[in-house]
Structures are given as C-alpha cells and as structure tokens.
Design a protein around this ligand. Structure first.
Ligand code: UD1
Length: 438
C-alpha cells in the first residue's frame, strides 16, 4: 500500500472495536525474554511494529509463533544470540528494550542504538544510566551498546523525566536482579502498569506501578505465562477524533474508560458528547467543535500521541486553540501538511496556534510519522474533496486495519485506489446500548 485516498465529508457512524495496545505489546514481547518457557500473548495487534519485534526476537533465536485471532506464542527457553542487529533495531526504538532482559538472562548483550519515528531527540540516557546502576559494565561503540554483568543487583534509580520506555525497560531488567530496585519519578502510563502485571504473573515481585515510585524485588527465575493485552488507548483516541471531526456518531468498543479519561475530558471541552460505558464509549458531535487548548504531559496528562489527531480536529474548530507539546518537540511535522489542506496554524518551537477554519480542502499530503499520519487521515475525512496521503508505512506501524475499520463506519477511504477492500470488522450498529457509567 503506497498511499491512502480519502474522499472527505462523510459523517462516520457505527460501532468499531479497538485492538490490543501497541506500546504495551512491544514491552511485553521484550519482557518475554526473561522466562524460560512459553509466553502466550492474547489480543496482539497485527501492525508493523509488532512484526518488527517478532523479527528481532527471531534474530535472537527465540521461537515466535503467530496464531489466528491475535495470539502470539514466544518461547525464550533458548536464546541463540544476545546481539540484536542494526537493520532491525534502527527501524523501531522499542526494540532497544531487549537489551536489559538479554543481559539479565545471559549476562551479556549487544544491541544497536535505536531508530523509530522522527519526532525529536529520543535519547537512551535513562536506560543506560539505569542499567549501569543495576551493576552492568556498559560501553557504547560504533553505534552499539554492549553490556555485561555476572548477576545484576538492585539499586536506586531516578529518572529525570518519567519516561514510559525507560520505566518499562528498567522494571523488566530489575525483575531478575539480586535485591531491591526502586525507580523514582517513574512513568505512570497504563502500559507501565500492564508490564508490571505481566511480569508479576511470570513470578516477579513488583509494587507501585502506576505511581511515581516502583519497587522491584528481584527473583531468581521467571516462568512463561498467558497474558491478555490492554486495549490501545491511542487508537481509541484517534477514532474519537474521527467521529468528532466528521460530526459523526461512533461507538468505540474494547476500551478501558480510566485509560482514556484525560483525553475524553479535553474532547468534551470541544462540545463533543461522550458517553462512557464499562468497555466502550459513544462519541458524537452535531456541530463544528469548539476551540480548546491542550498541553501534552506524561500520564495522566494529555498524551503526546494524541496531540496530532486532536490538533487536526482543532483546525476546523470555532475559535483559536493553543497546542503545547512538552514531550517530543518535533511532533509538529504534520502542521505544514494541514496548512496545505487550508488549516490556519502558526507553529513556533513547542507551541502551535490554531485558528479554526470552517472547512479543510482535500490535498496531496505526506505522513512523516505514525501519529502525523493519523492526523492527516482524520483531517482528510473531514475535508471537502479528495486527499491523497503518502507515507502509509508509518500509519501501518501502529494501526491495525485502519482502512477497514474506517470503511465500516462509512468513510470513503481506499488504499492505493482499491475500491473493494473488505471493510467491516464489527457489525454496524449506531445506537449505544446500556447505561452510561460516567
Ligand atoms: C513511548 C511510546 C510513544 C510515546 C512516548 C511518550 C512506546 C513504544 N512508545 O515512547 O508512543 O509517545 O512513550 O508517552 O511505548 N527521554 C530521555 N532519555 C531517555 C528516555 C526518554 O531524555 O533515556 C525523554 C524523551 O526524549 C522524551 C521523554 O523522555 O522527551 C519521554 O520519552 P519516553 O516516555 O521514553 O518515550 P518512549 O518510551 O520512547
């Protein structure tokens, strides 16, 4: 699929089901390296980043079997090599997080410095410093990080910023260290809690995940387990934006209300009506959304991953909005593309000022990273006329069957001009059922 072709202006209506969460999934796959035995992950999304992580694990000689229905079996009883190749790690930053588990299991690892979406400086200093605190001898050389330790020991780790990736990686690594590790200023993302729950199910002793202080008491061995992934809150947020920007009415199923709450609170400020249910939300909007300001922050702040789709929606809002990006400074690369569609956005540094226009118009645009791609798709759904979005490979990294799911809601979207792609993944029901719980 080279590009998406979208004819905007159709109100999205119906029911759509969210997939398992990408960010947790990648960390769990790295964590599976700790177990001697089979780990079974359920609700695994079929997306590019998961495929890349499977390739990384296979390159280490670990058995990975994909089964229908989103089941992934990983057996790391045997790890043939502890060196993760550059060609794979450069494709995706999260693959760097095999470093700690490999070290904890085998006493040595060599992993290429990571790549991934170009959304600003993405250093690995917290990871490196944390692993050294756990007793590893570490050298960086020719674009590789090489670590060595007979047995890791516990330690006090302070993160300068509550990094989700570093918290997951260090928690995972410390699970097999001798003694107690404490991570201070830890990230509180639902995917951090998810990784802790997974490791505990494998036999780890982790407390405090979801707070700013995580305590890990190391154990000697971990066993394989079966674990169901939590839903993708970023996918849910993207579909909520798609509903509002098209003034539609969409029921989004397989969500956890608490995980999407920070986003939903801001969505309501735009005039959208959001009804929350036990595992679903209904999002609708009958008029142009209203302007509102957003500021991205670590969880439970407004998620940086949803900044771009939300900004696409604000570009047609009534009034002026200020968007401040506090996590990744280059997450504004979609702005020029939206301007080409008629948006009025002025961006300087970490701030974008968006003056809402009544209508966007279709244009040829290019996705530069995953969430920028999502923003362009949302904008194109609302725009007058036809848009072409290239750089689809970025979108495929993180969204399972985005085209099919949007088509099931009535969107006119094709991949590379194909007219008849199989669409519905869920039955098209417009009415929300059950009583709102929030
Ligand atoms: C994860 C998510 C990504 C999300 C981001 C922030 C995955 C696979 N990706 O990325 O979708 O946008 O969290 O919620 O889970 N930092 C350092 N040094 C480090 C590590 C991070 O300075 O060693 C900084 C980063 O530059 C950034 C901030 O910390 O400014 C947050 O980054 P982090 O939470 O680590 O992002 P990722 O885990 O890479």
């Amino acid at each position: 699929m080279d590009k998406l072709i979208v004819t905007g202006g159709t109100r999205l209506e119906g029911t759509v089901e969210m997939s398992g969460g990408k960010n947790g999934c990648l960390a769990l796959m790295a964590g599976a390296l700790l177990a001697k035995g089979e780990t079974i992950l359920i609700n695994v999304p079929q997306i590019g980043d998961v495929r890349t992580m499977i390739e990384v694990l296979r390159a280490l000689g670990v058995r990975c079997d994909e089964e229908p229905g989103g089941v992934l079996k990983i057996d790391a009883t045997e790890i043939r090599t502890t060196e993760a190749p550059y060609e794979l790690v450069r494709k995706m930053r999260a693959s760097f997080c095999v470093l700690g588990p490999l070290l904890a299991r085998k006493g040595y690892a060599k992993v290429a410095m990571p790549g991934g979406c170009d959304i600003g400086a993405r250093p690995i200093d917290f990871h490196v410093k944390g692993i050294q605190t756990l007793g590893a001898h570490l050298v960086t050389d020719h674009g590789f990080v090489e670590v060595e330790a007979d047995r890791l020991h516990g330690g006090q780790i302070y993160l300068n910023f509550p990094s989700a990736g570093a918290t997951q990686h260090l928690m995972t690594t410390a699970a097999l260290a001798e003694g107690v590790t404490t991570i201070h200023n830890a990230a509180m993302e639902p995917e951090v809690v998810e990784v802790a729950a997974f490791l505990n199910k494998m036999g780890a002793r982790i407390e405090g995940a979801g707070t700013a202080t995580v305590r890990i008491e190391g154990v000697k061995e971990l066993r394989g387990t079966t674990f169901k992934l939590i839903p993708d809150r970023m996918e849910a947020g993207t579909f909520a934006v798609a509903a509002v920007i098209t003034m539609g009415d969409v029921r989004i199923e397989n969500i956890r209300p608490a995980d999407v709450e920070p986003f939903v609170m801001k969505l309501r400020e735009t005039g959208a009506i959001v009804d929350m249910y036990e595992n679903a939300m209904r999002v609708r909007c009958n008029a142009r959304p209203l302007a509102t300001d957003i500021m991205t922050m670590p969880h439970p702040g407004f998620p940086t991953d949803l900044q771009q789709p939300f900004a696409a929606m604000l570009s047609i809002a009534e009034g002026t909005s200020v968007v401040t990006e506090n996590v990744y400074e280059r997450r504004f690369k979609y702005v020029n593309e939206l301007v080409r569609m008629g948006a009025d956005i002025k961006q300087e540094g970490r701030t974008a000022i968006i003056t809402g226009v009544p209508k966007l118009t279709g244009a040829q645009t290019a996705a530069t990273d995953l969430r920028a791609g999502a923003a362009l798709v949302c904008a194109a759904l609302a725009a007058e006329g036809q848009s072409e979005i290239s750089g689809v490979e970025h979108i495929e990294r993180g969204y399972e069957n985005l085209v099919g799911k949007l088509r099931s809601l009535g969107a006119q979207i094709n991949d590379n001009g194909s007219e008849t792609k199989e669409a519905p993944t869920t039955e098209p029901v417009v009415q929300a059922s059950g009583s709102p719980v929030l």
